[in-house]
Design a protein around this ligand. Structure first.
Ligand code: NAD
Length: 257
C-alpha cells in the first residue's frame, strides 16, 4: 500500500521564503523531506542573496523573482513550471504585506491606497495564483494560504490586516467551491504568532507571543515546522477530501473564543 503521507512525485510552488525563519521555508523543507519537489521565488534582487542559497539547498529546479505586484512576474513563474513539469500538484501562498504606516495606525484611519495594496498583495494574489494554477492541475491539486486569527477576532495592533485576512479566508471558501469540481482543494492554515520578519512589523509582537504562550491551552507557541507538517498533510493523499478548511496551528489559542 502506498504511504498516504508521502509527497513523492508531487511538484509545486512555494511563495514567501524571505529567510531561514520564514514559515514558507519550513513548509518547503517539509515538502522536500517527504519527497516532493519545490519551485521557489524571491521578492527582488535584494532578497535574492538570502533566498537563493536556501532554495538551492532545497534542490529547487526553479528559482525565480516574484513580486506579485509587478505585472508578469507571477505569470513567468507558472510558465516556467509548465515548461519544466507540464503539470503541478500544489501552490503555497505564504506572503503578506501592508505599508508600515497603515499597519501602525488604526483601521479607521487607513487610506484607500494602503488598504488596496495590502489587499492586493496579501489576498488577491492568491486568487491570481489559483487562476494560473487551474490549467496546470488537470487531475486536481492543492492550494494553500496562510491566515491569522486576527481575521476572526480583534487582535490588538493587527488592525488593517484583520479585514485583509478575513477576505483571504473567505476567498479560500469561494475558491474551494469553484474549483472543487476540478478536484482542486483550497485550504488555509492559521498559525499562532511566530517570530519572523513579517511579524516584526507588528507593534508589541513580543506581548502577543507572551499572551499566546500563557493563555493557549497547550501553554506554548506553535512553530513554523508545525505549520510545515500540516501543509504537507493537506498536499499529500491525506488531504484528498479536505477543502474550504482553516487549519489552526496555534497550540489551541483560537479555542478560547
Ligand atoms: P516572512 O517575512 O518570512 O514572509 C513574508 C513573505 O511575504 C516574504 O517572503 C516577503 O518577500 C513576501 N512578500 C511581501 N510582499 C510581497 C510581494 N509583493 N510579492 C511577493 N512576495 C511578497 O513572514 P512569515 O511570518 O513567514 O509570513 C508568511 C505568512 O504567514 C504571511 O501570510 C503571514 O501573514 C502569515 N502568518 C504569520 C504569522 C506569524 O506570526 N509570523 C502568523 C499567522 C500568519
Amino acid at each position: 500500500m502506498s504511504n498516504p503521507f508521502s509527497l513523492h512525485g508531487r511538484r509545486g510552488l512555494v511563495v514567501g521564503i524571505a529567510n531561514e525563519s520564514s514559515i514558507a521555508y519550513a513548509v518547503a523543507r517539509t515538502i522536500r523531506e517527504l519527497g516532493g519537489e519545490v519551485a521557489a521565488t524571491y521578492l527582488n534582487a535584494k532578497a535574492e542573496k538570502f533566498v537563493r542559497p536556501l532554495a538551492e539547498g532545497l534542490g529547487a529546479p526553479i528559482i525565480l523573482p516574484c513580486d506579485v505586484s509587478r505585472p508578469g512576474e507571477l505569470e513567468a513563474v507558472f510558465e516556467s513550471m509548465q515548461a519544466r513539469w507540464g503539470t503541478i500538484d500544489y501552490v503555497v501562498h505564504s506572503i503578506a504585506f501592508s505599508p508600515l504606516n497603515e499597519l501602525h495606525g488604526r483601521l479607521v484611519d487607513s487610506t484607500s491606497e494602503g488598504f488596496r495594496i495590502a489587499m492586493d498583495v496579501s489576498c488577491h494574489s492568491f486568487i491570481r495564483m489559483a487562476r494560473l494554477a487551474e490549467p496546470l492541475m488537470p487531475k486536481g491539486g492543492t492550494l494553500l494560504a496562510m491566515s491569522y486569527y486576527g481575521a476572526e477576532k480583534v487582535i490588538e495592533h493587527y488592525d488593517l490586516m484583520g479585514p485583509v485576512k478575513a477576505a483571504l479566508e473567505s476567498s479560500v471558501r469561494y475558491l474551494a467551491a469553484e474549483l472543487g469540481p476540478n478536484n482542486i482543494r483550497v485550504n488555509c492554515i492559521s498559525p499562532g504568532p511566530m517570530l519572523t520578519r513579517a511579524a516584526s512589523g507588528i507593534k508589541d509582537f513580543d506581548e502577543l507571543m507572551a499572551d499566546a504562550t500563557t493563555r493557549s491551552p497547550l501553554g506554548r507557541l506553535a512553530t513554523p515546522e508545525d505549520v510545515g507538517r500540516l501543509a504537507a498533510f493537506y498536499i499529500a493523499e491525506t488531504g484528498s477530501n479536505i477543502t474550504g478548511n482553516i487549519g489552526y496551528v496555534d497550540a489551541g489559542y483560537h479555542a478560547l473564543g
